[in-house]
Design a protein around this ligand. Structure first.
Ligand SMILES: [Zn+2]
Length: 137
C-alpha cells in the first residue's frame, strides 16, 4: 500500500489569512502570530492556544529593501518592507503606490488586497501596503 500525504501549497493554506489579514493571538501572553499559529508560542514558549484575531490594516515600516531583479510578472524596482501592524504582528509585504526614494523607516502604511503577481495569466491575490492616506482615530 502506498500512502500519499498531500499538503496544500502555502499560498493556498494561508489564503484566508492573507485575504482578510487574520492573525492568531496567544491566550497566555498575547503574542500575535501571522499567518499561521504554531504549536508552541514563539514568545512565551508554552504549548499554546491561539484565538483568531482580525488584525488592523495599519502599521509602520521597520525595515525595507528595494528589489531590482525579480522574476517576470513583478514590476521593478519594487520596495519590500517589514511592517509592525497596530495591535501586534510583524508582517512582510510588497509596497505599492510608493516610489523607492519615498520609502522611510517609520513611515505609516496601510494594507490593501490586490493582485500580488500574475502567474502566466493566473492572478494570485494577497495584501500589499501603500503609504497611509488617513490617520487612525
Ligand atoms: Zn505566548
Amino acid at each position: 500500500m502506498i500512502l500519499v500525504i498531500m499538503h496544500k501549497p502555502p499560498q493556498w493554506r494561508i489564503a484566508r489569512e492573507n485575504a482578510r489579514l487574520i492573525g492568531y493571538r496567544c491566550k497566555h501572553c498575547g503574542f500575535v502570530e501571522f499567518p499561521e499559529p504554531r504549536k508552541i508560542c514563539k514568545r512565551c514558549r508554552k504549548p499554546s492556544e491561539f484565538a483568531e484575531l482580525q488584525m488592523q490594516p495599519y502599521g509602520r515600516v521597520i525595515s525595507f529593501v528595494v528589489q531590482h531583479r525579480l522574476p517576470e510578472g513583478f514590476e521593478t524596482p519594487l520596495p519590500l518592507a517589514v511592517i509592525d501592524l497596530e495591535g501586534g504582528a510583524r508582517v512582510y509585504g510588497q509596497m505599492t503606490e510608493c516610489k523607492p526614494d519615498e520609502m522611510k523607516i517609520g513611515m505609516s502604511v496601510e494594507a490593501e488586497y490586490r493582485i500580488f503577481y500574475d502567474d502566466d495569466g493566473l492572478h494570485i491575490y494577497s495584501y500589499k501596503f501603500r503609504p497611509r492616506r488617513s490617520e487612525s482615530m
